[in-house]
Design a protein around this ligand. Sequence first.
Ligand code: NAG
Ligand code: NAG
Ligand code: NAG
Ligand code: NAG
Ligand code: NAG
Length: 558
Amino acid sequence: MGWPIKLSTLALLALDSLLARTVNQQPLKAPIAVDDWNPWLSRPWDEQPDKDATSNLIFQSLAGLMQMKANSKHPNGHSIVRASIPPGTALYHGRHKVEYPTRDWIAFDPEHSAIFALGSNGTLLTFITTRELTLLYFDGCSGNKVDGVVDTQDLLFWGRLQHKRQGWWGELERIEDGCTWARQYGIDGFVRMEFDFEIMYCDFSDGLELVSVISPVNGQPPVTHPSRPPPRGTPYTRDNLSQVLSRISPAEATFHGFLRTERPGEVLEQPDGLMMALSPLTPPPGWKGTLPFLGFEAKRSGTWHNDFPGELRVRPEPSTLVSFFDPSLTSLVTARRNMTRNEYAAGNISREDLARLRQDVAEMAARPSGAGSGVDWVGLARVIEERFRDRLPYLQHLLRQPVVNSSAQAAAVRKQLMVSLIPYMHREAIGESEWFANIARDCATRFTAGLPVSRFTKQERLLHCAIDEVLHEICRVYTGAWVDAFDVEAKSMEAATSLLAKWADEFNALIEWLDWPVWIQCHPACEVSEYCYVPQGRPWGLPDDHEPRCLSIEDEIF
Ligand SMILES: *[C@@H]1O[C@H](CO)[C@@H](O)[C@H](O)[C@H]1NC(C)=O
Ligand SMILES: *[C@@H]1O[C@H](CO)[C@@H](O)[C@H](O)[C@H]1NC(C)=O
Ligand SMILES: *[C@@H]1O[C@H](CO)[C@@H](O)[C@H](O)[C@H]1NC(C)=O
Ligand SMILES: *[C@@H]1O[C@H](CO)[C@@H](O)[C@H](O)[C@H]1NC(C)=O
Ligand SMILES: *[C@@H]1O[C@H](CO)[C@@H](O)[C@H](O)[C@H]1NC(C)=O
């Protein structure tokens, strides 16, 4: 019991001597490492990011790795990252036949595999990884097969977009050619995301041990769906979609979900997979009672991986994160200028930029595992998010209140600015322009000033720049407001009123620019009978609808 007291006494003594030294005019001057290649450390503290800046987008990719919500909100992926799965991890594969798989898809949740284990020959296999698997992860909704979401894979495997797709939206060629590419680098397969995460696995005889095989109870015979689908190419609008959905069964809604792809009707030619989920349920011999339709549990199991750290069984290596948001890919910078966020697509890249990017991926794929600085980039992004995730929305909340007593309201905002900036406030030159500049610079660099830049990979340099610019912008907005707020208590009501409006604009813009994954939440939180769902757009929903919502656990609709 004595130890904690002794320790805290020691800590206080240490603090005392530190304070004494500071007061004795011998401040501990921390050197700031200035990297030549990182422009953000030398820019004026009050300079805004360029309109073409992508640091916020790169930060989002990093902070949202392997999370369902973040990647559902912005379906077109922009990152290719090497990742691993530890030995001893259970993985699942469902099929409508009994033969052992060779090159095929793997799910992380048995609920996801079950929708493929249909028919009287339906089989659900469970594997355990026998060694660490090495995979490549494509972020975004990379398993959704429609244009845009598959761009990063197609550009890597084929060097172009595959607009004319053969078997199963091009998936059969994608897995074949992807695995041919992967073989050169000892990569076992690819991690992608649809309504749950999945792997395209190149060789089931390597790295996996079969631990269970069952013919699951939901194995009903495949029966062709009886209802006539609308003619090929029938468009849906917001107006008639809900009408259509209200007329048809949940199973049919899934079916229509497929028809909302760009190649309507294609699914009809597909003999395997989800189509079978539409078949009437026929219980196996000896079964008693009803056999509920469980086809939608896969969508719910996907949402288990909604928030940080997401699908934990996959460990991405951020030191290999090749990003199509890299500002040196100038063809994409130009393409993005007239686009909305969700129109940004890797497919707009020029031939020259793509050649460089494919070289970068080849270089990182060939790199030994564990190369890089060892910095925990995901952890760093998370720590930064946590520091501001509640504070920024609270400031926004204060600034959204109707103005009743502007002086009191400005004072409340002033307090919140101080709460975040006080670790960077020196006692010298208080109130002078140099004081504010030092606050902003310290605020922007405290997290990253001491990083081991000399050991960074090319991809880590990009992450470092992105994090620095994001912090620079946060600290610019905070310090900019602090310049006006410092003496706001002595200012008139009118002055306070106009400052409140100015700050509201600045902080609204900051929050919109950051667009952090941690803010993708169902408000209010879902009930115990519900789950939080972020629609992924095509092919499962309306193209622009990515609003988080609580759905009933009993709902059977995509
Ligand atoms: C089940 O598998 C057997 C052996 O492969 C095959 O002969 C039979 O046609 C299959 N049944 C169905 C319904 O697919
Ligand atoms: C939805 O409405 C559009 C425009 O009114 C129409 O062309 C289309 O056929 C409708 N789709 C369905 C499935 O009814
Ligand atoms: C970007 O790609 C989209 C989709 O392929 C296309 O519609 C658009 O014209 C392209 N824009 C530019 C600037 O290349
Ligand atoms: C973007 O839009 C502006 C104005 O609408 C136009 O002047 C410009 O040429 C467009 N740029 C591209 C790359 O399409
Ligand atoms: C506004 O709030 C301040 C600080 O709380 C208070 O001193 C002042 O009396 C209030 N003014 C009015 C008009 O309510």
